[in-house]
Write a protein that binds this ligand. Structure first.
Ligand code: PDD
Length: 279
């Protein structure tokens, strides 16, 4: 695989980053994952707008050059012959040459990109529906910034898998925030799609925005509000959205079947419409 590091295209085993890099020592880095369908990037501008926001919220002096990043994304897709998959982009604040909690703002950022080939349209998980377990959301309260500080999400997903589930949904003060790496939704018994409103408590999903637009076009009712775990158990359907899994239906939460325990018609329809809209 060819990867990109700070201006160079290299074989992955030749790519190097300093051990003093702040993303390595302090998780001081932000990232984006953009999906590729039929060799084309999905919602690239949306991802770059969010990247610029993450950088600015953390006071990075590095400013994203969107045209240059687009060129690199396209070049990697081409060189690695990606028809379906993902491009991962990480911007670290870089390194001041030593370990120091205090940030020096003249450190040059570290820019890393790589691709992953992945089957996105054909998904056994989407076909059978995810099994979800709920856990407390103990992340820092700026989950709207897409940082590489992903240890808690990683531990949850691992624990869920050890218990035979597919993913974890997090709960803050009794209300669902989001999945370990996706936004969370329910469909109520009267067919209203409910997802948590945007705030510092969730990532402002690029797929979320696109899927809510699809829902509107289908004249489905959408409410952006808090919802409880009990509302999840009582829901007709549930699903999640992300760049890496599109719309992914949920079959079971905490061992309780959602609806009849198979992917619901609204989630399935939204998945189809979203894929159609992006090819
Ligand atoms: N994750 N919430 C969290 C915590 C996420 O990590 C993600 C994305 C989302 C969905 O955002 P989007 O629709 O823009 O992908 C919500 C990516 C895919 C990842 O970490 O691999």
């Amino acid at each position: 695989r060819t990867v990109y590091v700070n201006g160079d295209y290299l074989p992955e085993n030749e790519a190097k980053v300093s051990i003093f890099d702040r993303s390595f020592l302090f998780a001081d880095g932000v990232y984006e994952v953009t999906s590729v369908l039929d060799g084309k990037l999905i919602d690239f501008n949306g991802h770059m707008t969010r990247l610029a926001r993450s950088l600015s919220e953390l006071g990075f002096t590095y400013k994203a050059d969107i045209d240059e990043l687009l060129e690199i994304h396209r070049e990697l897709v081409k060189r690695n012959d990606i028809t379906e998959g993902l491009v991962y982009l990480q911007i670290s604040r870089g390194s001041a040459g030593d370990r120091d909690f205090a940030i020096k703002d003249d450190t040059p950022a570290t820019v890393v990109l790589f691709t992953q080939s992945k089957s996105l349209i054909k998904s056994p998980l989407a076909e059978r529906g995810q099994k979800i377990l709920t856990y407390p959301d103990v992340r820092w309260r700026r989950s709207d910034i897409k940082t590489v500080q992903l240890l808690y999400a990683s531990l949850l997903k691992t624990e869920a898998a050890a218990k035979g589930a597919d993913d974890a949904w997090m709960v803050l003060d009794g209300y669902v925030t989001e999945g370990s790496s996706n936004n969370a939704y329910i469909v109520t018994q009267d067919n209203v799609i409910v997802t948590r409103q945007l705030s510092n408590d969730i990532l402002h999903g690029i797929t979320r925005k696109a899927v809510l637009k699809c829902a509107e076009e289908l004249q489905l009712k959408v409410e952006e509000r808090l919802f409880t775990v009990d509302e999840v158990y009582a829901a007709k359907e549930a699903f999640s959205t992300s760049a890496s899994a599109f719309v992914c239906p949920v079959a079971e939460v905490d061992g309780k079947k959602i609806g009849d325990g198979t992917p619901g018609p609204i989630a399935k329809r939204l998945r189809e419409i979203y894929i159609e809209a992006n090819r």
